[in-house]
Design a protein around this ligand. Structure first.
Ligand code: GDP
Length: 313
């Protein structure tokens, strides 16, 4: 990727896309192409084809996706599978058709089987059944990977696929029900602190383990992969370290400065018991994240408080 290349960041208003945009700007890329949802509906095949034919991007970061936490995934299965299939199919096909030089597709760690050995290696893809709480999203993401691989095999299209672990960062969705655990709990703890509420509810048993990566680290990894990775095989991007939801709640409590108690609600689903990526391929390429969890969470909390009610809810 050269500084004068025309780079399209699909989904530049989301958590991942906005981080990639900031990262490209930091690295001196100036020819950046973005479209809001109102300007370009990525589920509209004709509009997407016309956009690519007209603008002729040379590089594409595919960060546009419908995402959500464990509750949103199981409540809106049709929205998750339809939007993601549609958006990625339209973009990947139009990118190939219009002569894009390289495309990076972002998947998710939930593409791996529910009972995959941990940490999860890239080769475990499609070796077992998926976690039912997010299988709709996972199936769409697996189809996106297969699209990239098929277009590479048949047409020599340079599409690569990165599988990020659970992400967090500024610009996240803080919706109480539909968000992922980290922003949802951060908000709940903050509001409990303000109200002086004695307890805060954490869904599930608190025992599932999750790995976290700051979205600015992911963005750096995406630029690194654009520059250094050319293979058909998917590649994991994570921190290689996990902690339980109970431990995460303690960390968030400390950051927020909430003095009350955390209580667990086991009637809510736990989802996968452990979800940790094997990041040895990324490490062997020479890439590592820089932001440790507590530093990153402190920064996000400062950002959240600074938004004073303007965050996505
Ligand atoms: P997952 O990683 O795909 O399972 O997605 P989530 O981030 O939504 O959930 C991770 C874990 O955190 C699950 O075990 C949830 O039950 C648990 N959890 C605890 N409290 C919350 C909460 O307030 N919101 C969400 N989304 N999950 C929570």
């Amino acid at each position: 990727m050269n500084k004068q290349d025309v780079i399209f960041v699909a989904g530049h208003q989301g958590l991942v896309g906005s981080a990639i945009l900031r990262c490209l700007q930091r690295h001196g890329f100036a020819n950046l192409l973005t479209k809001t949802r109102a300007e370009l509906d990525l589920t509209n095949q004709a509009a997407v084809q016309a956009f690519f034919a007209r603008e002729r991007p040379t590089h594409v970061f595919m960060a546009a996706a419908k995402v959500g936490g464990i509750h949103a995934n199981s409540t809106y299965p049709a929205d998750f599978i339809y939007s993601n299939l549609q958006v990625q199919t339209n973009c990947i096909h139009a990118a190939w058709q219009s002569g894009v030089q390289k495309l990076l597709f972002l998947g998710s760690s939930c593409i791996y089987p529910r009972l995959a050995p941990q940490p999860m290696k890239e080769e475990y893809l499609l070796t077992g059944s998926l976690e039912p709480t997010n299988e709709w999203y996972a199936i769409a993401k697996i189809a996106g990977i297969k699209l990239c691989q098929a277009y590479r095999r048949q047409y020599g299209f340079n599409a690569i696929c990165a599988m990020p672990t659970n992400l967090y960062g500024p610009g996240d969705n803080f919706h109480p029900e539909n968000a992922h655990v980290l922003p949802a709990l951060l908000r709940r703890l903050h509001e409990a602190k303000e109200r002086r509420a004695p307890t805060v509810v954490v869904w599930g048993t608190g025992s599932p383990r999750r790995e976290w990566l700051h979205v600015d680290d992911l963005a750096e990894a995406c630029l690194f992969l654009m520059a250094h990775y050319e293979q058909e095989e998917i590649i994991n991007v994570g921190s290689g370290q996990d902690l339980t939801i109970a431990e995460l709640a303690v960390l968030l409590k400390r950051v927020v400065g909430y003095a009350g108690e955390v209580v667990f609600d086991p009637s809510k689903p736990d989802g996968m018991l452990k979800k940790l990526l094997d990041v040895s391929r990324m490490t062997a390429l020479g890439w590592q994240p820089k932001i440790d969890l507590e530093t990153g969470v402190r920064e996000v909390y400062t950002w959240f408080v600074g938004q004073s009610g303007q965050v996505r809810r």
